[in-house]
Every structure is written in structure tokens, then in C-alpha cells.
Design a protein around this ligand. Structure first.
Ligand code: AQP
Length: 334
């Protein structure tokens, strides 16, 4: 079975709809067809300052939500990144493979550091895409299910894997991975600014749909989503970004195609779309919240899942790291 690897940051108490539709939904779907490795990337989280108690609580909450959203530890390997020391170890090696200019071209770094200012931007934020390269290569992943905003980082992973394979050949050390990005949900947009990505740090509270918020709070956000001055419900990302975003979300959570939904809303106004979506969302999110709460109420079960996950992940990661250390000429420890 081909292997997939992906991760998500524990930087908030709740994931948002963009995280789910762009990434986690695919993670759930790939569990049966792929050898799946998924992790909560706490090493990445500390690229911006974190309160220790909050980080610990958010890491637990993240694992509980992933299980609540449908990851099944019997069908995938779920772990916390810092439980597998090989990530930091291979991260250093890959830092030494990447060019400074190459890293400086990462658009996410440019955007985030421009917002923070250079004194508040950590060196970790600059090198985080390279740690992500190590995350992926350690598991010899064939595919990386992510949202569109991560495409450039997967491209960097491919470049560095090929560079390493070439420099330390002739046998390849790393599998060169491909991004796995579904067109329909590659980018979920802010409900208040449908030309911007829904994002935890950039969206206004009203534009961001958190999965663990009270369903009626999210329903209200859908009902007051920004659309346009037109009246016909149709899918046109350029002319009708707000309506198209709502249709995309509705389609993804209901399993009905966009074409079917457009037909359904024929002759109805935008208000009908918003109200139906608000109701559908509330119904859809309720069982996710219940399952998440059940895992939060059983910390021993959660620890058990993570212990098993880390052990399995470490067995793969340590093998890759040993090969890398050997190929680059590190003296073997006796
Ligand atoms: N709006 C989105 N649409 C589609 N996919 C998205 N992802 C994030 N936002 C969207 C995908 O979610 C996965 C986890 O990403 P992450 O750990 O980088 O999440 P994040 O950084 O917490 O997400 P944000 O909201 O984008 O955070 P900030 O605002 O801090 O940058 C990834 O696969 C990502 O593509």
C-alpha cells in the first residue's frame, strides 16, 4: 500500500473548517487505501511563542479532535511529533541540504514574517518548511494530503529529496513524495472575506468556523457570511467568491455535488443557502463534538493511542535516519 504522511499544528483549542476540509477529511478517507501516518506537530507550534500549559492542553485537544473527526488508531498511525526525536535530527541534516535563498522564497514565511516584524520572527519559523521536509522524508511517504497553502512546501520536499538522493547515491535514500490536494476543498475561504484563506491567525472571529464552537455560534456565522449583490445561487469563484465558498462547504459536508445544490437553490435567494448550510453544519458537527469530548474525558485511552503511535512511527523513522547518517559519513556509534 502506498504511504501517506501529514501533520497539523496544536496551536489552538479547536481546528477550523479549513483544516478539516483541506486536510483531515482526506486523512480519514485515505486510512483504508494507504499506510497512513498522521501527527500533531508540536515542534512546529513553537515557531511562535506558546504558553506551556496551553500547548499541552491544545496537543491533547488536537489528538481528541482528530479521533473525533474519524481517524482510527487501528487503521492509521497517530502520534505526537516530539515523541519521535528523529524529526529534529533529520531536520538538522535537511537544514544543511537547503539553500538559504531557497528557504527565503517560501511565501508562507514571507507573509507571516511580514506581519510579525523581524524582531518577533523566530529562526524556527524560517526553517519550519525544512523541518516539514524531514517529517515527510523520514516516513518515505508517497503522498502528502494537505491544503493548497502547503503545496510549495511539498515542492521543496521533492527538491531536497532529489538533491540528497543524487548527492549520496547511487541508491536513492528517500522516496520523492507528491502533494495530494483535492481541487474542490484545496482552499476554504474566510466567511467575511471570501478572497482570503480561512485562517486561525488571520481571519476575523466572524469569518472563522471553529469545529468545537457551540453549533449555534457557527450557524450564526454562516447566516451572516459575506456574499455579493447578486441574487442567483451559482458557482463562480471569480464573480461570486462568497456564494461559491458556501456551496463548496455545503457540498463537502453533505456529499451532494455543487451542480445538484445549484439546481436545488434555483429560484431561491442567498438567504436560503445560508440558512440551510447553517442547519446542515450544526447537524454534521454535533457527532464530531460528542466523539471529541469522549476522548477528552478518557485521557488514559488517549495516552495509550499516542504511545502505540509513537512506537510504530519511531520504528520507521529510526531506520531512515540510520541510513541517512551512514550515507552522509557520520561515524557509527559503537
Ligand atoms: N483555509 C484552508 N483551506 C484548506 N486547507 C487549509 N489548511 C489550513 N487552512 C486551510 C490545511 O490544514 C492543514 C493543517 O494546517 P496547519 O497545521 O498549518 O494549520 P494552521 O497553520 O493552524 O492553519 P491556519 O489557520 O492556516 O493557521 P495560521 O493562520 O496560523 O497560518 C494543512 O494541510 C493546511 O493546508
Amino acid at each position: 500500500r502506498p504511504r501517506v504522511l501529514s501533520g497539523i499544528q496544536p496551536t489552538s483549542g479547536s481546528f477550523h473548517l479549513g483544516n478539516y476540509l483541506g486536510a483531515v477529511r482526506q486523512w480519514v478517507a485515505l486510512q483504508d487505501s494507504h499506510d497512513a501516518y498522521y501527527m500533531v506537530v508540536d515542534l512546529h507550534a513553537i515557531t511562535v511563542e506558546q504558553d506551556p500549559a496551553t500547548l499541552r492542553a491544545n496537543t491533547r485537544a488536537s489528538v481528541a479532535q482528530l479521533l473525533g473527526m474519524g481517524l482510527d488508531p487501528e487503521r492509521c498511525t497517530l502520534f505526537v511529533q516530539s515523541h519521535v526525536p528523529e524529526h529534529a535530527q533529520l531536520g538538522w541534516v535537511m537544514n544543511c541540504m537547503a539553500g538559504f535563498g531557497e528557504a527565503a522564497r517560501m511565501t508562507q514565511f514571507k507573509d507571516k514574517s511580514a506581519k510579525q516584524g523581524s524582531d518577533r520572527t523566530t529562526v524556527g519559523l524560517f526553517t519550519y518548511p525544512i523541518l516539514q521536509v524531514a517529517d515527510i522524508l523520514l516516513y518515505q511517504a508517497d503522498q502528502v494530503p494537505v491544503g493548497e497553502d502547503q503545496r510549495q512546501h511539498v515542492e521543496l520536499t521533492r527538491d531536497l529529496a532529489e538533491r540528497f538522493n543524487h548527492r549520496y547515491g547511487p541508491q536513492p535514500t528517500f522516496t520523492v513524495p507528491s502533494p495530494y490536494i483535492l481541487k474542490e476543498t484545496a482552499k476554504v475561504f474566510d466567511l467575511q472575506d471570501p478572497t482570503a484563506k480561512m485562517s486561525k491567525s488571520a481571519s476575523s472571529a466572524k469569518g472563522l468556523v471553529n469545529l468545537l464552537d457551540e453549533p449555534r455560534v457557527s450557524a450564526k456565522k454562516f447566516r451572516s457570511a459575506v456574499t455579493d449583490t447578486g441574487t442567483v445561487v451559482s458557482f463562480d469563484e471569480k464573480e461570486k467568491p462568497g456564494v461559491s465558498n458556501l456551496l463548496g462547504i455545503y457540498s463537502a459536508i453533505s456529499g451532494r455535488s455543487v451542480a445538484e445544490l445549484v439546481e436545488h437553490f434555483e429560484g431561491k435567494m442567498y438567504g436560503a443557502l445560508k440558512t440551510e448550510l447553517a442547519d446542515a453544519f450544526s447537524e454534521w458537527v454535533a457527532p464530531i463534538q460528542e466523539r471529541t469530548q469522549a476522548y477528552l474525558d478518557d485521557p488514559a485511552a488517549l495516552d495509550e493511542v499516542l504511545a502505540r503511535g509513537a512506537e510504530k512511527a519511531r520504528s520507521v523513522a529510526s531506520e531512515t535516519l540510520a541510513t541517512v547518517y551512514d550515507r552522509i559519513g557520520f561515524l557509527a556509534a559503537k
